[in-house]
Design a protein around this ligand. Structure first.
Ligand code: SF4
Length: 456
């Protein structure tokens, strides 16, 4: 792929080419496409939204039919393009950009491989029989169809397998493929296929397993090759242009930046204690309580909580009053004005470079490394099990929900643990999952505000 500056986009897939290409590209080699720098990043982010959505759905234990619906929605929302003829290009470009992003470590490769394979499976199922066959041809599967004589000789055994799975017996026009058994590990493991002399006989409706295994093995090899190219040349050649984008992409936070409170305009200082109880996520609630208790927070905590409060709508004057009221009890008014007020004004872009700083996303908070005496970070990641249980029960999480939350924590799904906490406390599902403390706050207010308004 060649990266070009904006406004010189050339599409090598003419409409004819697009029509004759299989509906799911197999991404065998990077196409000779020219890509605008801005598309390079934005297409990748859109595909990442799909993959992260799949990852989220799977870790939430969604059922296969729920996953099918989810993937189709995610694809529709994120992978469309204003020009229909560009949809295929977007698909291909975004895949190759993410391949660069995710080839760089073993863990990244593993994640990308499983999510791309899951995506491929669901997309394959949505295809017409004709499009499915086109892909099978690409993988040379159709030439392995069992002929009528061989079918007659194994018909009885195929029938036994079908019966054991409660499926109808195969008839003469059924199509079976004969492939090495290692090409369909999940069918073999689930005893869902006839095995004979090292071969598996795969029915047409099971073909997705076979195609997905071949897709996986092809992608796995190319990820290793891409990694070699990345380390030997691309990283250095592109150090001023693509490398910073590639390195930032896998840790990108994909939601809104919450630097300006949009939904609930401003919050008032007098309401803040109540809001902390009802609508702050655990990370902010913990820091808020510690500030009230110790009348002090170290720098990491002041940044994390301070920017969150700015994002929920505490204006600069109220923020100064809020921090002053607590800190002056410990360090005195003079020291507060001299040493701490500057950072607060700085967060609001009123000092230094006058940058309007953005509240931290969950990813950033979870990846932080709080030291002794720090109270910032994500409790789901940074608390001991005992402390986390105590904090959750203070928030009002019941014992059944607590076990689900702790389960997610054990599997290192910290944002899902937070999502389950949100759901337990608000009594409604949070399908999008929690990705940002300010999103937690806004979603909570959306639920609680109307209730409050109707009761007044
Ligand atoms: S998951 Fe996000 S919002 Fe929830 S506690 Fe951790 S950092 Fe805060």
């Amino acid at each position: 792929m060649e990266i070009v500056r904006p406004h010189s986009h050339r599409n090598l897939f003419s409409s004819n080419d697009a029509a004759s290409a299989p509906t799911i590209p197999l991404y065998r080699s990077a196409p000779p496409l020219e890509v605008r720098l801005e598309d390079f990043e934005s297409f990748a982010i859109d595909r990442l939204r799909v993959l992260k959505g799949i990852s989220d759905g799977l870790s939430r234990g969604k059922k296969p039919d729920e996953m099918e619906k989810l993937v189709s929605e995610l694809w529709k929302v994120n992978m469309r393009h204003q020009h229909a003829s560009e949809v295929l290009n977007k698909d291909i470009i975004s895949h190759f950009v993410l391949r660069l992003v995710y080839c760089r470590t073993e863990d990244l490769r593993k994640w990308f491989l499983s999510m791309e394979c899951a995506l491929f499976r669901y997309r394959f199922r949505f295809l017409t029989a004709e499009a499915q066959r086109a892909i099978m041809d690409e993988f040379d599967i159709t030439c392995k169809a069992v002929n009528i004589m061989e079918f007659e000789s194994i018909k009885e055994k195929l029938g036994q397998v079908a019966r054991s799975m409660g499926q109808p017996l195969p008839t003469g026009d059924a199509i079976f493929y004969k492939v090495p058994f290692e090409d369909v590990p999940e069918l073999v493991a689930g005893r869902r296929v006839l095995l004979s002399q090292g071969y598996a006989y795969v029915a047409m409706n099971q073909v997705v397993s076979l195609v997905a295994t071949l897709f996986r093995s092809q992608l796995s090899k190319t990820l290793i090759l891409t990694n070699r190219k990345w380390t030997s040349s691309i990283r250095e050649q592109e150090k001023h242009r693509l490398t910073p984008i590639v390195e930032a992409l896998c840790s990108s936070y994909l939601g809104p930046d919450f630097s300006q409170p949009k939904e609930y305009a401003e919050i008032s200082l007098k309401d803040i204690d109540q809001l902390a109880k009802t609508s702050f996520p655990l990370c902010m609630r913990h820091q808020f309580d510690k500030l009230k208790e110790d009348h002090h927070l170290k720098h990491g905590g002041r940044m994390q909580l301070g920017l969150f409060l700015k994002g929920v709508g505490l204006n600069l004057d109220d923020a100064l009053a809020f921090w002053r009221a607590e800190f002056s009890k410990k360090v005195g008014l003079e020291k507060f004005e001299k040493e701490y007020a500057y950072t607060i004004r700085h967060n609001y872009g009123k000092e230094g470079k006058r940058t309007d700083y953005t509240p931290y996303s969950c990813y950033k908070i979870i990846s932080s490394t709080p030291g002794a005496g720090d109270h910032h970070g994500c409790p789901y990641r940074h608390f001991s099990e005992e402390n986390l249980r105590a904090a959750l029960s203070r928030m009002g999480v019941n014992s059944r929900a607590m076990e689900d939350v702790m389960n997610k924590v054990r599997n290192r799904h910290y944002q899902l643990a937070c999502t389950l906490t949100f759901e337990a406390l608000h009594g409604v599902p949070c399908d999008a999952g929690i990705n940002h403390p300010n999103q937690y706050f806004n979603d909570s207010q959306k639920i609680l505000q109307p209730k409050k308004d109707s009761s007044t």
